[in-house]
Design a protein around this ligand. Structure first.
Ligand code: PXG
Ligand code: PLP
Length: 442
């Protein structure tokens, strides 16, 4: 099947978020990558239309990042950051902080988006407790939110299968805002839909129901990625910010996907001009070259926690063995330098119009029932095959892969988020391949 003797047996690896039996009956394997392309084990080049899993924003195997990792692993492979330090941890934090909105310059490192989410939720609880409002424990998420796979993340998340599978183990005291997806008003919106800002007022309803004094935080993705590219209505995030501020509720933006250039700015917060109190980051923080995540915390939140107790007491009882791992830190520094040197976020902004036009050109393609986009993200929603939800998008994904283009799917939605180094002809190749494939799927 492949030239790799070691992978002739696929049975041991229990694959994440995968139909294991289906995959192993007809595997798709990749064994190298460079720039915009993966190489499949059968030797074919696959154009990466999804930046891996929305994370390889500078393209694959960038020399500067690879060199930084190689050097670091040979110099200082691991050092604790509990009651110890190594210089790269502090340098990486400063570099991340420099890209954050005003005030969010205290950085807690994790190893993934899921860990960032759980960390942010815990910091929110710690903040209120430190200020003498320990009764503020309720967390508010949103329907169709994806916040990773930790117990905190699936509790505030709004993905039904996740919540169903683990229903008995979800955190108590969580409520949800309605999602903002309303195809009857918003189908084929280019950029932010005009309709729907009023959905943020639902937060006032939850405050009236639970009382603000019990609510710690609201967590939302500024643009929902995993659940099918849901772009916030104009004015919606501003309203959420106003209501949170009015009631002393912390606002957390989950920017695991939107962070580091996806919308043409460092963060979605910057793009929308709305500043949260905490922000979760991962993925493109180091171009996904090695696991890394972070929470950017507003100084006032950090200070409330860190200045609360005795100077010799650990203020936040939280951290990971690999928080600010030296190799991940080195990769982060190299990546953020690379983004700046290549002005990659500006590049993304300059390509967004072309990307939008190419996506929306599929409006008349078979089965297309909605197209939505913002920055370098687009989603194309297909009519579901009767009785087989998700099957049509899956077939499209497989056929695109066979035709040399990687796209991402969720239910019957195709998601596009190429590396930000994408060229115009590659944008065209992505969408023309999808158009061709849609002409052949059942
Ligand atoms: N928050 C958000 C907004 C995410 O998109 C996570 C948290 C969790 O991050 P980790 O690093 O723990 O996976 C994510 C992750 C997809 C897809 O194709 C999306 C994610 C992960 C894998 C696949 O939509 N998002
Ligand atoms: N489980 C055990 C038994 C541990 O000792 C530790 C960390 O020391 C963990 C889990 C947590 O691992 P990590 O810090 O990598 O998240």
């Amino acid at each position: 099947m492949t030239s790799h003797p070691a992978i002739d047996d696929l049975s041991s690896f229990w694959m994440p978020f995968t139909a294991n039996r289906q995959f192993k009956a007809a595997p798709r394997l990749i064994d190298s990558a460079k720039g915009m392309y993966y190489k499949a084990t059968d030797g074919r080049d696959i154009l990466d239309g999804s930046a891996g899993l929305w994370c390889v924003n500078a393209g694959h195997c960038r020399d500067e990042i690879v060199a930084a990792i190689q050097k670091q692993v040979a110099t200082l492979d691991f050092a604790p950051t509990f009651q110890m330090g190594h210089p790269l941890a502090f340098e990486a934090a400063s570099k991340v902080a420099a890209l954050m909105p005003e005030g969010l310059d205290r950085i807690f490192f994790t190893n993934s988006g899921s860990e960032s989410v759980d960390t942010a939720l815990k910091i929110a609880l710690a903040y209120h407790r430190a200020r003498g409002e320990g009764q503020r424990t309720r967390l508010i998420g949103r329907e169709r939110g994806y916040h990773g796979v930790g117990f905190g993340g699936i509790s505030v998340g709004g993905i039904a299968p996740n919540r169903k599978a683990f229903s008995g183990a979800l955190l108590p005291g969580v409520d949800h805002l309605p999602h903002t997806h309303a195809p009857e008003h918003n189908a084929f919106s280019k950029g932010q839909p005009a309709w729907g800002a009023h959905l943020a007022d639902e937060l006032e309803r939850l405050v009236a129901l639970h009382d603000a004094s019990t609510i710690a935080a609201v967590i939302v993705e500024p643009v929902a990625g995993s659940t099918g590219v849901l772009v916030p209505p104009q004015g919606y995030l501003q309203k959420l910010r106003e209501i949170c501020t009015k009631h002393g509720i912390l606002l957390i933006f989950d920017e695991v996907i939107t962070g580091f250039g996806r919308l043409g700015t460092a963060t979605a917060a910057e793009y929308f001009g709305v500043t949260p109190d905490l922000m979760t980051l991962a993925k493109a923080i180091n171009n996904a070259s090695i696991p890394m995540g972070a929470v950017a915390v507003h100084r006032k939140v950090h200070d409330a926690v860190v200045n609360a107790g005795a100077e010799n007491a650990i203020e936040l009882f939280h951290g990971y063995t690999y928080s600010a791992h030296p190799v991940a830190s080195a990769a982060t520094i190299a990546t953020l330098d690379l983004y700046a040197r290549e002005r990659l976020f500006e590049r993304a902004a300059s390509k967004a119009a072309r990307f939008e036009a190419a996506a929306h050109a599929l409006r008349d393609a078979p089965f297309v029932k909605d197209i939505r986009n913002l920055g370098m993200v687009a989603g194309i929603e297909l009519e579901s095959r009767p009785g087989a939800p998700g099957a049509r998008a899956y077939e499209t994904f497989v056929k695109c892969f066979e035709a040399g283009v990687l796209v991402r799917i969720t239910a019957d939605i195709l998601a596009f988020s190429p590396p930000l180094i994408v060229e115009d002809d590659q944008i065209d190749q992505i969408f023309s391949t999808v158009r061709k494939v849609l002409g052949t799927v059942a």
